[in-house]
Design a protein around this ligand. Structure first.
Ligand code: AMP
Ligand code: GLY
Length: 424
């Protein structure tokens, strides 16, 4: 089968690598892709926002399956457009992707279906929101979230009423997150350990993938601003054991799939649950309607089944009873550009990629790169993801960090403590 992957970051590079390993897959296209993806797939110069352009390109090339990486095309309804062309889409309809697209929807949904999540209030009116955050019933800190998609930036943890009112004004009056912040969710702040659990589902049945852990803050020791993710590892069995994972399946994932079905929003694709493991059990921080980034980069390499067959089966309503998972571990260390997650440098030449890739069990993921003649140069905030597998988390991390040593570009920064939270 021929497959078109939508997106151009690290997650999509990991998807393309997994599809490239799949015996069922012949040709891979990627829109728009990046310099690393171009080594495995034919990149098409189409923006992820150009849904009609993507559908036409898929139709013209008679692809059998479109795999959608990012959330925006899903919430904008790419699956229905592809359906008009009779092309299978891995990823939910807009009606189901609202689980990520609107935090107000997702919180109310969890409340309706008894899925554990932090106490919350939803506001459309700044005056009412400001009044509430002056003295929230749960005390401080509280969390202020823009309702809509904000590329991971629309969540503000506020220690006091001053910073909470600033956050409300930023969202609702200054429109810092555009229309995404016209509605806000204010939440009780939970304490615990974060983990990601993703499941593949056709809307009725699901298979749970190995749990993973992302590292969102920019600097070591979880300091500094939130980013799109600076590193991850899987399986995160040190933070979530099999009993707890079963509890997440039974008390979060299954009720979510069933609840979405009952509300006529059948969810097909990857259901991503961002969880806080608290003393009172797991709570959902957020749902996403697609693979996590960088979680995909450490979970996909652990799948031994044919990923092409798996994703196309799910797009057509067939979930296998079991997915074959390797007993290895995987880790990713993200190399970011100077200034990231703020305004950052770009256009710098990257050295050492071939030496890094020569290290056993290492694969370099391109997140924000482009080609300039025969050179690879930086083009995004997260530039590369250095991934490695090994027979233990330590071995995977050792290999990944050995590969990091080989790579350089001006202003490169990365975290040195990925996968080491429990060893501090
Ligand atoms: P979200 O996009 O909703 O997952 O939020 C981004 C990040 O903010 C999460 O990964 C958490 O680190 C943090 N966060 C979100 N909601 C809460 C909460 N209720 N309590 C504590 N931390 C939270
Ligand atoms: N790693 C967090 C996300 O993909 O949303």
């Amino acid at each position: 089968m021929d497959v078109l992957v939508v997106g151009g970051g690290g997650r999509e590079h990991a998807l393309v690598q997994a599809l490239d390993r799949s015996p069922s897959v012949d040709k891979i296209f990627c829109a728009p892709g990046n310099a690393g993806i171009a080594r495995l797939a034919e990149c098409l110069d189409i923006n992820v926002g150009d849904l009609d352009g993507i559908a036409r390109a898929a139709d013209e090339r008679a692809v059998d399956l479109v795999v959608v990486g990012p959330e925006a095309p899903l919430t904008a309804g790419i699956s229905a457009i592809l359906e008009q062309f009779g092309i299978a889409c891995f990823g939910p309809s807009a009606a189901a992707a609202i689980l990520e697209g609107s935090k107000a929807f997702s919180k109310a949904f969890m409340e309706r279906h008894g899925i554990p999540t932090a106490a919350f209030r939803v506001f459309n009116d700044p005056t009412a929101a400001l009044e509430f955050v002056a003295a929230p019933e749960w005390g401080f800190p509280i969390v202020v979230k823009a309702d809509g998609l904000a590329a991971g930036k629309g969540v503000l943890i506020c220690e006091d009423s001053q910073s909470a009112s600033d956050a409300i004004r930023l969202c609702m009056e200054d429109a810092a997150f555009g229309t995404a912040g016209a509605t806000v969710v204010v939440e009780q702040c939970l304490r615990g350990v974060e983990t990601t659990v993703m499941a593949l589902t056709d809307g009725e049945r699901l298979v749970v993938l190995p749990p993973s852990q992302d590292h969102k803050q920019a600097f070591d020791g979880d300091q500094g601003p939130n980013t799109g993710g600076m590193g991850a590892f899987a399986p995160a069995e040190n933070v979530i054991d099999s009993t707890l994972l079963t509890k997440v399946r039974d008390e979060v994932l299954v009720p979510t799939i069933n609840g979405m079905n009952a509300e006529d929003r059948r969810f097909q694709g990857v259901l991503y649950a961002g969880l806080m493991l608290t003393d009172d059990g797991p709570y959902v921080l957020e749902f996403n309607c697609r693979f996590g980034d960088p979680e995909a980069e450490v979970v996909l390499p652990l799948i031994r089944s044919d990923v092409g067959e798996l994703l196309s089966g799910i797009a057509e309503g067939r979930v296998p009873d079991q997915v074959e998972i390797s007993d290895e571990h995987a880790a990713i260390v993200v190399l970011a550009a100077e200034g990231y997650p703020g305004k950052h440098r770009h256009g710098d030449v990257i050295d050492g990629l071939a030496q890094a890739e020569a290290i056993e069990a290492v694969a370099i993921i391109h997140c924000g790169t482009t080609s300039d003649g025969d050179k690879i140069v930086t083009s995004g905030g997260r530039v590369l993801g250095v991934t490695a597998t090994g027979c233990s988390r330590d071995e995977a991390l050792r290999r990944a960090y050995a590969a990091v040593e080989q790579i350089s570009f001006p202003g490169m920064h990365f975290r040195r403590d990925i996968g080491r939270r429990d060893q501090e």
